[in-house]
Design a protein around this ligand. Structure first.
Ligand code: ADP
Ligand code: ZN
Ligand code: MG
Length: 480
């Protein structure tokens, strides 16, 4: 039997507020353990929480940016469970009346648009962090708890089970990340755990619609793990079913070192948490006017920006999609063209040499040693015919380690393009004289033979002759 994978994601995103969701403690990452704590986030008796208004604002913005309906009446609930990183023994979250519901985002899969529906977005507090004496909970003699993260605001974005491959799940998560970055509500630093996903995977026979039994992998915090864990789980479940077995509904952990998922515990159900309304917090009332004001305050979002770049600069849909896929990319692009550089050249350079170099060194575009402004200057040298596109590659790789202005690099390295007709003509004449065979072939009707001659001229000029002029001069001489 052929199976289809069904995938739903629960994405947790830490909001970039200065203070925690129910108290005034700072949210800064990396502080000394247990220094950002107070009676409220430590859950001491007799204290009362107050909602950080910014959290509500950010959650509403996230809802609007993902086409959700914002609920005018929303409330907090207690999700009860016992674990040392949760001092109150309940997590203040939202149950039946989340802040936002029924949204969607579009993703691109092999050039085709696909819609992924969002079930809901709700607000909740993060838990603390266990610090083990060993490498994990099993091999540690002792574990301590750091409560700095306790009460850091989160939104949880729950998708419908609308994805069917690791690739789709990745594209969806990338889209959510981009949107959250554009609207500036989260730092989305996955390596710091700002953005993490619980992935739910099940299989069903192709052609059927009923959902199969799912497993859940929690706290996946890189795109690679997301894809690897999904692919592994699809394979594992396929084997179970093909052997005539049943998939067990459970929570599994993804072990990135071994590249496998491991059974952790049987999956809990909602009733296990004994959800109850949070009596210490008033409901969150949001008027239509407030919602409209938030809607108006949203910046241009990735899809709109993409459409604009296509229209305004004639970029292809694909290129515009890559350029707008993250806020940092989009802003870098804007900064490049602000120098006067051609938009298509800017997009090409960003997607080729720049992307290659960044990937090779695993650095983010915001830390690129070739800043947007210098790339813009270099592109202008191409536009002015000071250097050819080919020489520009050399200039670019020099710029990677040399902070000088591209113009200075071109001068210092003697890379200025030869556009002097006389100088090029001299080389052309010599090449014609030295390559009688190619000349004969060309004249005999093999027009392709000119390529070899162009190549010779470029070589002898050390790549500096203007290629267009070389072509023109050669054609003129050979046809004349
Ligand atoms: P929880 O995991 O907290 O119990 P839900 O039952 O609401 O919560 O489901 C959470 C996520 O799992 C959602 O993203 C949903 O789309 C997805 N999901 C639910 N059932 C399945 C299934 N059979 N296969 C794949 N994903 C599923
Ligand atoms: Zn506190
Ligand atoms: Mg879940």
């Amino acid at each position: 039997m052929k199976y289809e994978a069904v995938i739903g994601l629960e994405i947790h995103s830490e909001l970039k507020t200065k203070t925690k969701i129910f108290c005034g403690c700072a949210t800064t990452f990396g502080a000394e353990q247990n220094t950002h704590v107070c009676p409220v986030c430590l859950g001491l008796p007799g204290v009362l929480p107050t909602v950080n208004k910014r959290v509500v604002e950010f959650a509403i913005k996230a809802g609007l940016a993902t086409n959700c309906t914002i609920n005018n009446y929303s409330k907090f609930d207690r999700k009860n469970y016992y674990y040392p990183d949760l001092p109150k023994n309940w997590q203040t979250s939202q149950y039946d009346l989340p802040i936002a519901e029924h949204g969607w985002v579009d993703i691109d899969i092999e050039g085709e648009k696909k819609r992924v529906r969002l079930t809901r977005i709700h607000m909740e507090e993060d838990a603390g962090k266990l610090v083990h004496s060993g490498t994990n909970i099993k091999d540690s003699a002792t574990s301590n708890v750091d409560y700095n993260r306790t009460g850091v605001p989160l939104i949880e974005i729950v998708s419908e089970p609308d994805m069917h491959s690791a690739e789709e799940a990745r594209a969806y998560m990338e889209k959510i990340k981009a949107i959250l970055e554009y609207i500036d509500v989260s730092n989305c630093r996955m390596e710091e755990g700002n953005l993490r996903a619980d992935i739910n995977v099940s299989l069903r026979p192709v052609g059927t619609t009923e959902l199969g039994t799912r497993t859940e992998m929690k706290n996946i915090n890189s795109f690679k793990s997301l894809e690897d864990a999904i692919n592994y789980e699809i394979e594992r479940q396929t084997e179970v079913l093909e052997d005539g077995g049943h998939v067990i509904q459970e929570t599994r952990t993804w072990d990135p070192d071994r590249g496998i998922t491991l059974s952790m515990r049987s999956k809990e159900n909602a009733h296990d948490y004994r959800y109850m309304p949070e009596p210490d917090l008033p409901p969150i009332i949001t008027t239509e006017e407030e919602i409209e004001a938030y809607r108006k305050s949203l910046p241009e979002l990735p899809d709109a920006r993409r459409a604009r770049l296509e229209k305004e600069y004639g970029l292809s849909e694909y290129d515009a999609g890559i350029i707008t896929s993250s806020r940092q990319m989009a802003e870098y692009f804007d900064a490049v063209i602000a120098t006067g550089a051609d938009a298509k050249l800017a997009a090409n350079w960003m997607m080729s040499d720049l992307a290659k170099n960044l990937n090779a060194e695993g650095i983010d575009i915001s830390k690129s040693p070739v800043e947007a402004e210098r790339l813009g200057q270099m592109i202008q040298l191409i536009m002015k015919n000071t250097i050819s596109g080919k020489i520009a590659k050399k200039v670019f790789s020099e710029m990677w380690t040399n902070p000088d202005a591209p113009e200075k690099i071109v001068k210092d390295k003697g890379l200025v393009q030869i556009t002097d007709t006389k100088a090029i003509e001299a080389i052309v004449d010599k090449v014609i004289e030295d390559n009688p065979k190619a000349v004969e072939d060309y004249k005999g009707g093999n027009k392709k033979a000119i390529g070899a001659l162009v190549g010779q001229v470029m070589k002898q000029s050390k790549g500096k002759a203007n290629p267009q002029m070389v072509n023109e001069l050669l054609a003129k001489k050979l046809n004349g």
